[in-house]
Design a protein around this ligand. Structure first.
Ligand SMILES: Nc1ncnc2c1ncn2[C@@H]1O[C@H](COP(=O)(O)OP(=O)(O)OP(=O)(O)O)[C@@H](O)[C@H]1O
Ligand SMILES: [Mg+2]
Length: 466
């Protein structure tokens, strides 16, 4: 459920309290939105599987499915739908749980109409202009949410463009944090299936029986606790795309069940005797070496070949260091806005350090480094000191590598360092045409610190240094 066809935003209201549903329905219709109201979580789940919504406003306490479950369902079935939680039982715990699960905002009841209007307006705006795709600059610099202009990334964009139009299965490989999920989203978003759901299933870290019931659904009475029929995520992806993340973690038993889906395009709900036909495109992703797993006998060869019809490999960030500055600036602007700070630049020294870092955690790690940097930085520019790089054994920060110079015997460290510092200060001043603020920036230090050093080494008088 990616982009709504109609430009008028569509809102789903979920509340078991009739007066609240009616109030919101009237208010939202008056404001020109399309509205649907349901009185419990299960009806919301059904509505979500059948239609696309731009926004959900949901109560927390409801039976049989509560607002947090509606939120989780929405995140999985329709990731672009924003969710606002409302609850009479305002407690910080619920709010924190909801925000952690990805809710856009939380409003305790009773709320002011204007307050609700503002939150709705901001929430819809956060989806980039009421569901319209984000404005794209010319050229292949961006592709969906993907950024990067290095030759390997351009090849990835080209592949996405080529595979999007058909329904063959795609296997995305690459180290952790290289953007596999973003690529899956881009393929779905570019495909003729984009009006239908993109359903994301994480196959790792979840017990086998849970993955099975989540994927295939169950019939009432299939096991203790199965009090009603429940469709699985594969069916939720009917007509759309099923993204199977961490496919290398699937147990052998689930590999067999998945093979049936891939080969025959049918599934069997737990407790069912009948097969159900499904039309879904499968995109899988892994950071493991599936070929090696096939050789070791831990991943089925037949399944591997069927999933890997169209392979896309994402190169690690250290192999496309041309993209580092672009990505770093993108994250800088994102986190400056988020933290309400006015930091617009990364000093050239700081960028050099990043360009030469190994990034074992790839783009996710770069994003976290910049996030921390923005949080820590007190000045208006990201300086090397605010970068916290991991000391992971694979990191090879060339900028910190020591090329020990051959020193004349008897050289003492302090005078050597003073000599080097003076040269660097003078060099930066020259490069900056005497503009001290610019020189400080080149060296990645604050103006105060630069001024102090000019005075210390006698490179400027009190008057000149200001
Ligand atoms: N090319 C890119 N441009 C902008 N942001 C990116 C790019 N690639 C990845 N990211 C960002 O980096 C983070 C990690 O990306 P993603 O979750 O897609 O990686 P992944 O390969 O699925 O990782 P994992 O194997 O750990 O699940 C996300 O926040 C994503 O938005
Ligand atoms: Mg991922």
């Amino acid at each position: 459920m990616n982009t709504c066809q109609n430009s008028v935003p569509k809102i789903l209201v979920v509340d078991d309290e009739r007066s609240m549903r009616e109030f919101l329905e009237i208010m939202l219709q008056q404001d020109g939105y399309r509205v649907q109201c349901v009185d419990d979580g299960e009806k919301a789940a059904r509505a979500l599987r059948d239609q696309s919504f731009d926004l959900i406003i949901t109560d927390i306490r409801m039976q049989p499915m509560d607002g947090l479950e509606v939120l989780k369902m929405a995140r999985s079935v329709s990731p672009r739908t924003v969710v606002i939680i409302i609850s009479a039982y305002s407690s910080t715990e619920t709010a924190v749980a909801a925000m952690k699960e990805g809710a856009y905002d939380y409003l305790p009841k009773p709320f002011q109409i204007d307050e609700m209007r503002t939150v709705i307006g901001n929430a819809l705006e956060s989806r980039n202009g009421n569901g319209r795709p984000p404005p794209q600059p010319e050229g292949p610099l961006y592709f969906g949410c993907l950024m990067g202009e290095s030759p390997p990334m351009r090849r990835v964009y080209e592949l996405i463009g080529r595979v999007a139009s058909n329904s063959s299965n795609v296997l995305i490989t690459g180290e952790s944090g290289t953007g596999k999920e973003l690529v899956a989203r881009a393929i779905h978003g570019q495909s003729p299936r984009s009006g239908r759901p993109l359903v994301i299933v994480n196959c790792g870290g979840v017990p086998e029986n849970l993955v099975e019931s989540e994927l295939f659904g169950y019939r009432k009475g299939a096991f203790t606790g199965a009090s009603s029929n429940r469709k699985g995520l594969v069916e939720a992806a009917q007509g759309g795309t099923l993204f199977l993340d961490e496919i290398g973690e699937l147990t052998p038993a689930l590999q067999v069940k998945l093979l049936r889906l891939v080969q025959e395009k049918t599934i069997k709900m737990i407790g069912d005797t009948e097969n159900t036909e499904v039309d879904t495109r499968i995109i899988s992703a892994t950071n493991r070496d599936l070929e090696q797993m096939v050789m070791e006998g831990t991943f089925r060869e037949d399944l591997y070949y069927r999933l890997n019809v169209l392979p896309i490999h994402l190169p690690p960030l250290r192999e496309r260091s041309e993209d580092i500055a672009l990505l770093a600036r993108h994250f800088l602007s994102k986190f400056s806005k988020r933290f309400g700070k006015d930091i617009r630049k990364i000093s050239s020294f700081a960028l050099d350090i990043l360009r030469n870092y190994d990034f074992p955690g790839n783009i996710r790690e770069l994003e976290h480094i910049i996030e921390r940097g923005v949080a820590l930085e007190a000045s208006s520019i990201i300086l090397p000191d605010s970068l916290t790089l991991s000391t992971h054994k694979r990191s090879r920060n060339k900028a910190h590598e020591t090329h020990a110079p051959a020193l004349p015997e008897g050289t003492d460290l302090d005078s050597y360092l003073a000599h080097m510092e003076t040269r660097l200060l003078a060099g930066a001043l020259k490069q900056a045409d005497g503009v001290k603020h610019k020189a400080a920036e080149i060296l990645g230090i604050s103006f105060r610190s630069f001024r102090y050093r000019l005075l210390k080494y006698g490179l400027a008088s009190e008057e000149d240094a200001s």
